[in-house]
Write a new protein. Structure first.
Length: 295
């Protein structure tokens, strides 16, 4: 028996779905909102049954995927060793919480209990705060680019349809990749070509040259007088000015960049540039910028 899973079920779903609702029912039985069991003759009974069925199925389904594919449990003290992006996690990043919310909704309907409905709302609000501030940051550190790709494609709460297919991203990332006989790591080689540039901003053309699992290299052709607006992104960016001259804005500072100069910008730092002469720059992004991958 998976005792870690048993402890997880008792502590987490047990607390949220059984212990706290039971305490609420005991404390409110003589209050202005006493619990009252509904009967099969009421439509709420069947809605509660439907919510309970879907919620229970979601919870069991997600736990199975945590054990089988993640090699762990949903608990913070025994987290999965591998990123789980299969089954219900192809539609939403938090299907287990959705399942728990549906079970709480079923309890609130079965017992006609507004206090349990309030507990359901508080549970959702708590998780809506916890996930972006704590959980997702931890997943980014543990799984890196793999999680960032997943996060960019699958919503936190509202299910996406059709479900995300990881193989689609794998195919896109394998463009022009080959495996050297006897060598485990893939490589990518491209010849110089004047075709394939796009122009995201007037006066600026760009083309992705090569990319791998962790980094992506892009060439920028910058026309004199154009401006790259201030912006931020979650990628580390390293650049080298092949030729030309520009005024580079990094955070609260600005620098006069000339041929041969280089820079490195941490994720989240606001940056931009004024192009003082026709210029060519090469920049490397990590993790891979999905929006720069060849279509």
């Amino acid at each position: 028996m998976h005792w870690g899973l048993v402890r997880t079920i008792i502590v987490l779903p047990g607390t949220v779905l059984i212990f706290i609702p039971a305490i609420i029912l005991l404390l409110t039985k003589d209050s202005s909102f006493p619990p009252k069991l509904i009967t099969p003759s009421q439509i709420w009974f069947w809605l509660a049954l439907l919510a309970a069925g879907i919620g229970f199925y979601l919870c069991v389904w997600t736990i199975k995927h945590f054990i089988k594919y993640g090699e762990g449990t949903p608990a913070p003290w025994d987290p999965p060793r591998k990123l789980v992006i299969s089954g219900p996690y192809r539609c939403s990043r938090n299907p287990m919480i959705t399942g728990a919310l549906l079970l709480l909704l079923a309890e609130a309907l079965f017992f006609h209990s507004w206090p349990i409905a309030l507990w359901m709302i508080l549970f959702f609000v708590g998780n809506a705060i916890y996930f972006p501030l704590v959980e997702e940051k931890g997943l980014e550190k543990r799984f890196g680019e793999e999680y960032l790709k997943y996060k960019a494609r699958v919503p936190r709460w509202v299910p996406r349809l059709p479900p995300w297919e990881k193989s689609q991203a794998d195919k896109q990332n394998s463009i022009l990749k080959h495996v050297v006989p006897g060598q485990k790591e893939p490589y990518m080689f491209t010849k110089h070509d004047k075709k394939g540039y796009s122009s995201p901003v007037e006066g600026i053309e760009q083309k992705t040259l090569v990319f791998g699992d962790k980094t992506l290299m892009t060439e920028f052709l910058l026309k004199k007088g154009s401006t790259l607006p201030l912006h931020t992104h979650p990628h580390e960016q390293t650049g080298y000015l092949v030729k030309g001259r520009l005024r580079l804005y990094l955070g609260t500072e600005h620098y006069q960049a000339e041929s041969g100069d280089s820079w490195c910008i941490a994720p989240g730092v606001e940056h931009g540039a004024e192009i003082l002469e026709d210029s060519v720059a090469i920049e490397v992004f990590s993790p891979v910028r999905e929006d720069y991958l060849p279509k």
